[in-house]
Structure formats: C-alpha cells, structure tokens
Design a protein around this ligand. Structure first.
Ligand code: NDP
Ligand code: 2IT
Length: 444
C-alpha cells in the first residue's frame, strides 16, 4: 500500500466519528501523492505524514456560564494546536452548535497549509465551542466569552498561539475575550487578532477575507485571460466573509445576485444591497427575511437554492459542505466559469471533482480565503512594532499576498504536471514550506 493510503487508513481508524477531519486529510494527502512518492523513503523514515496528521496538542475544556434567567449553562471549549513548524499557532475560534472535535481538527489541519501559503510565519491552529451566540443577549455572550477565556488563557499568547474570529465570533466576541485575557494575565499584547481599532486591531482586517477572496478570484481569471468586470456572481452566506466579498465584487464591477443564511436565501436581480445587508446582519443581528423590506423587487426563498441561479462566478462563503454534487451540476449547466471558496471546505469532494472535470476554474478555500489570516498576521506585526498602518497600506499588502498565492498555487500545479488543478497546487505549495521546516527541526 502506498504511504499516503496507509496514512489515510490510519487516520480514519484512529479518529472515528470525525468525517470532516477525514475529508480534509484525504483531500490534502491525495493531492500530495507525487511529492510524497518522490520522497517516500525520507518521509517514512521521519514519520513525516504520521506527525503531520497528529495535532501537536488538543485542549478540551468545560465552559460554565450563567444565563439571563440565572440558570447555569455548560458548553465545551476546544483549542487544537496543530502544527507550529513555521510559526506560532494561528487560527480562528468558531462558536456554533455544530462544533465538535472533528470539526475543529479539520479546520486546524486546513489552517496549516493556508497559513503557509500566505508566506507569513504562522503555524496552524483552531478552536471554538458548541455555544450558539444566536439569540443570546450581550450579557450572556460576555459571560460565555469570559468563562471560555478563563481556561483558554493558560494556553495562548502572542508568541505561542493567537486566536481570532470565525463563524459566530466577530468583533463583539473578540472584545470580550480580549478584555478577560488582559484582566487575568495583566498583559496588553497581541494575543488575539480581529481586535477593535481602539485597542490594537488592524484596519482592513474586517474586510480582509472577503476582499482577499475577490483579489484572488480576479487574478485567477486574469491568468486565464478573463476579465472579472461585468460578470455575475452567486454568494452564499451573509456573515463577515460574504458581506465583504459582495462589497469588493461590486467594486470590481461584478453583479452579485444572491446571499443566504441558514434559513433561506435572497435573489436580488438588481444586485445585493450591501448597506442593507450590513444593517440587517451587523447592526440588528436579524434574519434575511428582513431584506425584502429594504429591496421590494428581491425574492426570499426558504431553504437552499443559491447555486440554482445562472451566474458566471460562484463564491460559497457560509460553511463546510454547502455546495453538493447536484449544485455543481446546476452551476455547470448554467455556464459557471469559476468557483472560489470563501468558506473552509464548502464544496464536497464529489462536487469539486465534477467542477474540475468540466474545466471550471476552482480556487480552494485554503488559498482563496487566506486573506483573513494573512491580515491577522499583519495585525500581529503592527502590534509587535506598536504602530498602526493605514487602510491603504494593509489593503495593498493583502492584494500582494493574494496575487502571490494565486501564482504560487498555479506554479506548483504546473511543476507537478497538474496544470490548472489549483487544489493540488495549493496543497503542494502550502506543504512544501511546512515539510522543509519540520524536517529541519528534527523529530519533535
Ligand atoms: P459568520 O458567522 O460571520 O457568518 C456565517 C454565515 O454562514 C452566516 O450567514 C450563517 O448563517 C451561515 N452559516 C453558518 N453555518 C451554517 C450552516 N451550518 N448552514 C448554513 N449556513 C450557515 O462567519 P464568517 O463569515 O466569518 O465565516 C464563514 C466561512 O468563512 C466559514 O467557513 C469560516 O470558517 C470561513 N472563514 C472565515 C474567515 C474570517 O476571517 N472570518 C477567514 C477564512 C475563512 P446564520 O446566521 O443563519 O447561521
Ligand atoms: O479560517 C480562517 O482562516 C479564519 N477564521 C481566520 C483566522 C485568523 O487567525 O485570522
């Protein structure tokens, strides 16, 4: 059996009931086959793949807090410190009822290669909890965040592990988490990113993931002789990534026809109104059913459906496994040109393969959504030098990073004979730096 197959089998056997983690490992290792085959003896001797798929450390903890009715609630907190070969662990905190260890491990594993692709010195980690911020008062969210950080603060620090936002963790949650970290440790340091501008945050971090997604998509189209201006797009989600993806798409001359949340989706033939979306989601924390009040010509549909709309570009920006094989078929039948992942692993393996077979350009999340974590690393740099850069400085760096990632993934694919297979290219390019550092640092 090949080394890759042995490891995939071992991961499935050793980590049962973690299908998302299996999926992420399979996707990465399958595309590393040519690299692994060429170095099999060395990698086996060093147990390189065994080490790569085993987190350096997994922390799981109780998070008790008191709700507004005076009842004690108990959630589970996680931090998976996956790989620190190229820098301190870096990755977001997800707050969503679906969170379990397998989800955090899949996200942490992806983060290793994503962070490597940014070209910045950050290792891979991820954390979160099954706490659901939806429908909770600010006081309840604060109580949860303070309890969560009371335990987490033992394991993080500006040079060890730097968490940030993800699903359910936005500016409000980062503020409460930071306040509690500072209160317990007495340290004013860049231990979290995505901070508010008044206490060490970076300009453009809020926009970075969505903007970065569009910078990469624009470059990928350009490499293939296509101009992004004048195209139409379907976006899923209506959170941080989706909102700023829509905003940048519009700035680049793309008409975005859809967005969604976990209940339903909006079709706006005139193009999504970003100001209305921000008001509904960022200010009022309401549902997309409200969108029609702002835009009477739009349609609201319950359930899933964004991928049934005829568009040139599909940008999944909600969650994992939200674009299935039948969605890929519908997009292809409608002539989609490119799919670029704003979310982490939003496209199922079968859907990804189908899109690639149809010759549709496909940018995987670890490349396409790397602008968020890259800008987090820029926030860490600013915190270290105790300076703040202007929006334009950060945005220009973000653009440069996304263009580089795009060329690096295309070049790596080309080098190994997978021209235009950007999934393989991103995995290989991300892996190369990590593996070099792991081999240089010995058996640790
Ligand atoms: P938000 O919490 O801001 O928004 C998430 C959006 O996705 C909401 O519209 C939400 O709908 C929807 N959603 C979440 N879970 C589900 C689900 N199970 N089914 C259907 N819809 C769902 O999160 P972000 O925008 O920050 O994150 C979106 C994706 O981007 C995630 O995959 C995240 O890991 C990834 N990402 C985020 C980065 C960041 O900087 N924030 C960086 C890189 C990747 P509802 O409100 O109804 O739950
Ligand atoms: O998935 C991701 O890259 C994020 N949620 C952002 C992580 C970060 O540290 O900014």
């Amino acid at each position: 059996m090949s080394y890759v197959d042995e490891i995939i089998e071992a991961v499935v056997a050793k980590n049962p009931s973690e299908p998302e983690f299996h999926q992420a490992v399979k996707e990465v290792l399958n595309s590393l086959r040519p690299v692994v085959d060429a170095n099999e003896e060395k990698y086996r001797k060093e147990a390189l793949l065994e080490r790569l798929v085993e987190p350096e450390r997994q922390i799981k903890f109780r998070v008790p807090w008191v709700d507004d009715k005076g009842r004690v609630q108990v959630n589970t907190g996680y931090r998976v410190q996956f790989n620190s070969a190229i820098g301190p662990y870096k990755g977001g905190l997800r707050l969503h009822p679906s969170v379990n260890l397998g989800i955090i491990k899949f996200l942490g594993f992806e983060q290793i290669f994503k962070n490597s692709l940014t070209g910045l010195p950050i290792g891979g980690g991820k954390g979160g909890s099954d706490f659901d911020p939806k429908g909770k008062s600010d006081r309840e969210v604060m109580a949860f965040c303070q309890s969560f950080m009371t335990e987490l603060c033992k394991y993080i620090g500006e040079n060890t592990d730097v968490p940030a936002g993800d699903i359910g963790t936005g500016a409000r949650e980062i503020g409460y988490l930071y306040g509690q970290y500072k209160r317990i440790t007495g340290r004013y340091e860049g231990v979290l990113t995505g901070k508010g501008l008044s206490y060490g945050g970076s300009l453009a971090r809020t926009e970075a993931t969505g903007y970065g997604l569009l910078y990469l998509t624009q470059e990928m189209l350009k490499m293939n002789g296509i101009d992004i201006a004048g195209k139409t797009a379907a976006v899923s989600g209506s959170g941080n990534v989706a909102i700023y993806a829509i905003q940048k798409a519009q700035q680049l001359g793309v008409k975005v026809l859809t967005c969604s949340d976990s209940n339903g989706w909006v079709y706006d033939p005139e193009g999504i109104d970003v100001a209305a979306l921000k008001e509904i989601k960022e200010v009022r924390r309401a549902r997309l059913t409200e969108y029609k009040n702002y835009r009477p010509n739009s349609e609201y549909h319950e359930g899933r459906g964004v991928w049934t709309v005829k568009v040139d570009l599909a940008l999944p920006c909600a969650t994992q496994n939200e674009l299935h094989l039948e969605d890929a078929k519908a997009l292809a039948a409608n002539g989609v040109i490119a799919v670029a992942e704003g979310a982490n692993m939003p496209t199922t393996m079968e859907a990804t393969e189908y899109l690639q077979e149809q010759g549709i350009l496909f940018a995987p999340g670890k490349a396409a959504n790397a602008g968020g974590v890259a800008t987090s690393a820029l926030e860490m740099s600013q915190n270290s030098e105790r300076l703040s850069w202007t929006f334009d400085e950060v945005d220009a760096k973000l653009q440069g990073i996304m263009v580089n990632i795009c060329h690096n993934m295309a070049d790596a694919a080309e080098r190994y004979g997978f021209a235009k297979n950007y999934v393989a290219g991103a995995n290989i390019a991300g892996f190369e730096k990590v593996v070099d550092a792991m081999l240089a640092q010995g058996v640790v």
